[in-house]
Design a protein around this ligand. Structure first.
Ligand code: C2O
Ligand code: CU
Length: 467
């Protein structure tokens, strides 16, 4: 049913759906399912003010508090969800530069404990926001997070306590670490994508369960239902897309994809995939070279339980052209040009994902966290990790503390060196990863489908100093 709502904006080959004018009255007798598209111009995430005037330092204030998220559809009806946010103006964006000292003065104004985890960033262990060896931050309490930004990329942050519920209520933000050496663009555009559960009959937002599979549910871009972005021909954009859903998968398409990188910034080489699958927690970077043609950012139905997807792609966002002009040529991105590290063949750590929807139990190495064994790596050593998915569902593997290199996916090495912190595992698939054990601590290693992680699909990778 929801599919019907979302499919209305047209298939992939048709001309991009022109948004109907805001002031045209919706046809009243229309008994069909309500239209859940929106018509608003795309909002940019509100950028937090840097409270430290010094060069090389960025300091922000973050407050976790109850927040009403609202979404306006084509009928100009506003749907609301009572959730949470880190800023009174919604989901905050932080921009900093490579090498900066970053500080966040955090206050918990929720009525339950929370933490902040800096997803994808190699932070010192006591800044990682996990509650494995530390207490969470209680209501009314605060904490100062501070660390150096050592890698450029598109990162995000979210709680690591009652994670599924707090993240699905909208408690997250974006942290962009810019490399000043990168090419200048007309816009560095952040698209934060989340799904919210719409009632199939009334299109009211029921709750924040986000419990959709495939094309159900309603995706928002920067908190808006199918917004419209107007760009001028001749402009070049760096587009950073984040999937912050607690369990929804995106399969993104637009014409002539030019992918620059993924979780950990600009990658080994430019790639031109047919679509970009973003599992929960995943990010991608792309270049948009705008010419004369409008287009839509589409999401194809994606089934993460195996089997084939059904239904049509739905538009997440319309891109309209202001002043048409020839598209610029691609910019000179600092791709590493590196090939993947050859797989050394041995395995230091094996993770097995198992479980099923029938049992509702999701396991890592046969155990429910924290019952499993701790895997140890000596500080300074590389660890070769093999992750095997023996379950009939996909799982995004995520490691805290250190990014990893993808050595192979089902035996196939990537075309260029690929650094990630979140990597989706297909049904019954096996991936091999290399992590440099250069950050001492007890790092959470888990599935980023948050109900799975909370259910126990999590483990600890300990990086120890040699005695
Ligand atoms: Cu983004 Cu342990 O999580
Ligand atoms: Cu999972």
């Amino acid at each position: 049913m929801i599919l019907a709502l979302l499919a209305c904006s047209g298939g992939d080959d048709s001309a991009p759906a022109a948004p109907s004018p805001v002031d045209s009255d919706p046809t009243p007798a229309d008994s069909a399912a309500p239209d859940t598209r929106g018509l608003l111009p795309l909002a940019r995430l509100p950028e937090l003010e840097d409270l430290d005037p010094a060069d090389g330092a960025v300091r922000v204030a973050l407050v976790a508090a109850p927040h009403t998220h609202s979404f306006t559809d084509t009928d100009n009806t506003t749907h609301t969800v009572d959730g949470f946010a880190y800023s009174s103006s919604g989901t905050p964006l932080i921009r900093a530069q490579l090498g900066d000292t970053f500080t966040a003065d955090f206050t918990n104004d929720l009525d339950e404990p929370t933490t902040i985890h800096w997803h994808g960033l190699a932070v010192p262990y006591d800044m990682d926001g996990v509650t494995w060896t530390a207490d969470p931050i209680g209501p009314g309490e605060g904490f100062t997070y501070t660390f150096t930004l050592t890698e450029p990329g598109t990162f995000w942050f979210h709680p690591h306590f009652n994670t599924d519920e707090q993240v699905s209520g909208g408690l997250y933000g974006v942290l962009i670490v810019e490399d000043p050496a990168d090419p200048a663009v007309d816009e560095d555009l952040v698209l934060l994508i989340d799904d919210w559960d719409l009632d199939p009959i009334t299109a009211e937002i029921d709750d924040m369960d986000h419990d959709h599979v495939a094309a159900e549910g309603s995706w928002t871009v920067n908190g808006q239902l199918q917004p419209t972005l107007t760009l001028d021909g001749g402009s070049a954009l760096r587009v950073r897309v984040l999937n912050v859903s607690n369990l929804g998968y995106l399969d993104l398409t637009w014409p002539d994809i030019r992918q620059l990188g993924s979780d950990q910034g600009i990658g080994g080489a430019l790639s031109s995939p047919d679509s970009i699958v973003l599992s929960p927690g995943d990010r991608a970077e792309a270049e948009w070279l705008i010419g004369e043609d409008s287009f839509t950012l589409d999401d194809a139905p994606y089934v993460h339980q195996g089997g084939s997807a059904w239904g049509e792609a739905s538009a997440l966002m319309d891109v309209e052209i202001g002043t048409p002009s020839a598209a610029p040529s691609g910019l000179d991105w600092p791709f590493s040009g590196l090939m993947p590290t050859p797989d050394p063949g041995h395995t230091d750590i094996t993770y097995v994902f198992s479980g099923s929807r029938e049992t509702g139990v999701w396991l890592m190495n046969g155990a429910v966290f924290p019952d499993g064994d701790i895997d140890e790596v000596t500080l300074g050593d590389d660890a070769i990790i093999e992750v095997r998915n023996l379950s009939p569902a996909e799982h995004p593997y995520h490691l805290h503390g250190m990014p990893f290199e993808v050595l192979s996916i089902d035996g196939i090495a990537p075309a260029a060196r690929q650094m990630e912190d979140t990597l989706n595992l297909g049904v019954y698939s096996t991936v091999r990863l290399r992590v440099e054990g250069n950050n001492p601590g007890d790092w959470m290693s888990h599935c980023h489908i948050l109900p799975h992680a909370e259910g126990g699909m999590m483990s600890v990778l300990r990086v120890n100093s040699p005695k």
